[in-house]
Design a protein around this ligand. Sequence first.
Ligand code: 13P
Length: 246
Amino acid sequence: MRQLVAGNWKMNGLGADLAELEALKPAMPGAACEVAVCPPATLLARAAWIAKGAVALGGQDCHAEAAGAFTGDVSAEMLKDAGAAYVIVGHSERRQYHGETDAQVAAKAQAAWRAGLHAIICIGESEAQRDSGQASEICHRQIEGSVPLEADGANTAIAYEPIWAIGTGKTATCDDIAAMHRHIRGCLVERLGPKSAGIRILYGGSVKPANAAEILALDDVGGALVGGASLKAQDFLAIIAAARKT
Ligand code: 13P
């Protein structure tokens, strides 16, 4: 399975920052992994113009409906039209600050597929949940609620992002990551059966050049979802270069 390294720019980036996207292009033909950049929606069309197909693009969220009276929202069809091939759904920042539920995340994943986008469905426990020994149960529940039964390796990746590791500089230990990815794999098999084998499980949370190689070498780590370190081409390229070669 080819790894996927996706950059989530979050609410960062003005037109001038597209120079970072431009700077990724020369390295793309030699990349061992699939690469995607998810800029804010305002930059997507301009990013597509710059990427010219050399770097895949994604949205950071989508509405479940294709169109309608939903002021301020962006549909999966609009992302596709602007040049996206991927969309992140259910990011913990959406769940936390916008109150998104598992059912809404599942509907967004289905919207992504309807538009022809690859869904990156995010799950992950909070620090309090981990400290009280609930991490495995939380991820199990989020998979049951957020991953529709039609998911397979061609349309979906899962991103495991422990909330306490996002933007904090704290990374889960390699043992913790490997154990949780094993657990998530088991949950996917239980929910989806054998077809779940093709679904990549990405790790996210303070992935940076210094730790990318050891994380991306772990069993059943199918790639990385990178926040802060995706904003600078030099750092993001170092993470891309750390992807598994096979
Ligand atoms: P950081 O890499 O900045 O910790 O963010 C991770 C993340 O939330 C990616 O979606």
